[in-house]
Ligand binder design. Structure first.
Ligand code: ATP
Ligand code: MG
Length: 456
C-alpha cells in the first residue's frame, strides 16, 4: 500500500507539530529597550545592520514580560557562528553539542545562537541521535520557525525582534505566561528523551517563576528520571548549581524529590530518605538549602563545596561506620576513607571540580578536629582557612544531633567571640575536665551513631 502524505512525514516533523506564529506589536507589550542590557542591544543592532535577522530570545524575553530582571540575555540570529565572529572582535565560538558565539563585554557575555533546524537524516556529521533518542550533536541551522520548535518550553520560545520591537510568540507562550504554566513544546516524552535535562529545567523554572508544571509536561518526569544517567557529569554539575545555588534551593530540592529527580542526581542519599523527612540526612538538606537561600537573599556569597559537604555528610558517615566494622579502622581513618570513596562515587554523576572536593574534605576533616581543643589546638584551628565553613557546618550538626555535638558547637561559638584571656581560660578548663587517658581513647572509640566523641 502506498504511503499517504502523513506517513511520509519525517520523524522530526511528527515530533515537532507546526507552531502558529502570533505577533505582538510594540504597542501591545510592556518590554522597553531601557530594560535590555546595552551590550545585548549592541549585538542585536549590529547583526541587524549587517542584514541578518536578530532577536532576543529565551529567559530575557520571558522575564521582561513578567516584569522580572533577566539573569542574562540570549540572542538568536540567522547569521552563522562564523558570520557572527566576523562582526565582533570580542567574540569566541564555543560548544560541541551546540555551536554558539559568545560576544564578550567585560564580565557580561551575550550568547548568540544561530537558528537551529530539524534533523532530516540521522547520523549525518552535523546532527546525530543515539538509540535512546538523545540528541548528541545538533548543528543543523534552520529558520526561526524551526528554531522555535526546538526550544524547550512555550514561555521560552518568544522572540523580541530588534527590527520593529515586536514579539514573535510561536507556541502560545504569552498565554502560558498568563496562566503561569510550564509547558513543553511538542510531545513531552519525546522531548525529554531527546534531552533529559529538560526535566530538571521544568522543575527549575516552575520554582523560580512560581509556575505550575502543566499536566502532560509533568506526567512523564518520574518515569523518565532514570534517563539522567546518560547525561555527562559536567553538565549535571552545571545544572545542579543553577538549581541549588540561585536562591530557591529548598523548594527546588523538595520538588525534585517529589519527581524522583533528586535521587537520580544524588543516588548516595536515596537510602536516607524517609516518608516523613525525618532522618538526619534529610534534616541536614533542609537546613543547608535554607541557609544557602538565606545567604543569597542577603547578598552573601555561597560556596558550592559547603552545600555538597552537607548533602553527603550523613551518607558518608554511614559508609564510615561500615568501614570501621569491616576493616577495624579508627574513627578518624574510617571517616577519611569513607570521604574519599564517597566523593569518587559522587563525581561520576556530578562532576564537582577538584577545588571544591578538596574543600568538602577539609570541612569534613575539621569536624573531626573540633573536639580536640587542648593545648594550642583550638587556637590553631581558628587560623585554618576553612575554619568558618567548618564551624558553620558544626553548628548545623549541633542543631540536628543535639547532645555532645550541640555542646561542642556552643563551646566554639563562645570561643570565637571571646577575648584572648577568656579563650585561654576556656582551654584550661577543658584540661581540668578531660583526663589525659581519655584523649588517647578518643581516636579508637566507636559510638553507636558514628558521631565523634567530644573530649570532656
Ligand atoms: P535563565 O537564563 O533565566 O536560566 P533561560 O530560559 O534564558 O533561563 P538558558 O539556559 O539561558 O535559559 O537558555 C536560553 C534559551 O535556550 C531557553 O529559553 C530555551 O529557549 C533554549 N534552551 C536552553 N536549553 C534548552 C534545552 N535543553 N532544550 C531546548 N531548548 C533549550
Ligand atoms: Mg538565559
Amino acid at each position: 500500500m502506498p504511503m499517504n502524505k502523513d506517513e511520509q512525514m519525517t520523524l522530526s516533523q511528527r515530533v515537532y507539530p507546526e507552531l502558529s506564529l502570533n505577533v505582538i506589536t510594540r504597542q501591545e507589550h510592556n518590554i522597553s529597550r531601557k530594560q535590555i542590557s546595552e551590550n545585548a542591544l549592541k549585538v542585536l543592532y549590529r547583526l541587524h545592520g549587517a542584514g541578518y535577522d536578530a532577536f532576543l530570545v529565551g529567559g530575557g524575553v520571558r522575564d521582561l514580560l513578567l516584569n522580572e530582571i533577566p539573569k542574562d540575555f540570549d540572542v538568536a540570529t540567522s547569521a552563522t557562528p562564523e558570520e557572527v565572529r566576523k562582526l565582533f572582535r570580542n567574540c569566541r565560538l564555543i560548544g560541541r553539542r551546540f555551536r554558539l558565539a559568545h560576544v564578550m563585554f567585560g564580565r557580561e557575555i551575550i550568547e548568540v545562537a544561530t537558528f537551529r533546524g530539524h534533523h532530516q537524516e540521522q547520523n549525518t556529521p552535523t546532527a546525530s541521535h543515539a538509540e535512546s533518542g538523545i540528541i548528541l550533536r545538533d548543528n543543523v541551522y534552520g529558520s526561526i520557525d524551526e528554531d522555535a520548535e526546538r526550544r524547550d518550553f512555550t514561555i521560552n520560545a518568544m522572540y523580541y525582534n530588534i527590527s520593529n520591537y515586536s514579539i514573535h510568540d510561536y507556541a502560545n507562550g504569552i498565554e502560558d505566561l498568563e496562566d503561569r504554566l510550564i509547558r513543553l513544546i511538542g510531545d513531552p516524552e519525546t522531548r525529554y528523551r531527546e534531552d533529559p535535562v529538560r526535566m530538571l529545567r521544568a522543575i527549575r523554572f516552575a520554582v523560580k517563576l512560581d509556575f505550575d508544571i502543566e499536566e502532560d509536561t509533568a506526567e512523564p518526569i518520574e518515569r523518565l528520571a532514570p534517563l539522567l544517567r546518560d547525561i555527562p557529569a559536567a553538565r549535571l554539575y552545571e545544572e545542579s548549581l543553577k538549581m541549588l545555588q540561585t536562591g530557591h534551593a529548598l523548594e527546588t530540592y523538595h520538588l525534585m524529590r517529589q519527581y524522583g529527580l533528586f535521587q537520580q542526581l544524588f543516588p548516595v542519599i536515596a537510602d536516607h530518605f524517609t516518608p516523613d523527612y525525618s532522618s538526619k540526612a534529610e534534616k541536614m538538606l533542609d537546613m543547608a538549602f535554607d541557609s544557602t537561600d538565606l545567604r543569597i537573599e542577603e547578598g552573601k556569597r555561597v560556596n558550592p563545596a559547603f552545600m555538597f559537604a552537607a548533602i553527603f555528610w550523613y551518607p558518608m558517615l554511614s559508609l564510615a561506620e561500615t568501614l570501621m566494622e569491616e576493616k577495624n579502622l579508627s574513627y578518624y581513618d574510617s571517616v577519611m576513607e569513607a570521604g574519599n570513596i564517597l566523593i569518587d562515587r559522587v563525581v561520576k554523576t556530578i562532576a564537582i571540580p577538584r577545588r571544591h572536593t578538596a574543600t568538602i574534605r577539609e570541612i569534613w576533616q575539621l569536624q573531626l578536629r573540633f573536639p580536640r581543643r587542648n593545648g594550642k589546638r583550638a587556637f590553631r584551628l581558628l587560623d585554618i582557612n576553612k575554619f568558618r565553613a567548618g564551624y558553620d557546618f558544626l553548628e548545623m550538626r549541633g542543631l540536628i544531633e543535639g547532645g555532645d555535638v550541640e555542646e561542642l558547637a556552643n563551646w566554639w561559638t563562645t570561643f570565637i567571640s571571646a577575648g584572648r584571656n577568656m579563650r585561654q581560660a576556656m582551654v584550661n578548663d577543658l584540661g581540668n575536665s578531660a583526663p589525659q587517658g581519655k584523649k588517647r581513647r578518643y581516636r579508637k572509640k566507636k559510638t553507636a551513631s558514628g558521631k565523634p566523641q567530644t573530649q570532656e
